[in-house]
Design a protein around this ligand. Sequence first.
Ligand SMILES: [Mg+2]
Length: 129
Amino acid sequence: MMSNLSDFDFSGKVILIVEDTETSNRFYNAALSRTKAKLLWALNGEEALVLVQENSDIDVVLLDLNLPGISGFEVLKKIRKTNKKIAIIVQTAFVLSGEEAACYELGTDAFITKPVMLDYLLSTLQKHI
Ligand SMILES: [Mg+2]
């Protein structure tokens, strides 16, 4: 069942999008700017880790696995080493066998595959934000 987009109001929430692909970032920007959440962007894992360290108000990290430099797995591991509270949603286009289980083992809260359905993205965020 499709929810109305206006059902999703994330005012006061902060979402960090870790994604290196421009088309994905355009989609996330269109989808999430309407929710009134504050959006932070990282184009690679190193940037993501710096932003997580510097912004204690981040509620959710939308984390791509295939990133230039350190992988999303590594980012997930490093965030969880110091922060058990922040919600992490892995989002990836290429799902290899065992990847989803590995991500849950490393502490992700959710795992979604691209292309991401708008309604599914928003309801997953709602659940964890
Ligand atoms: Mg990528």
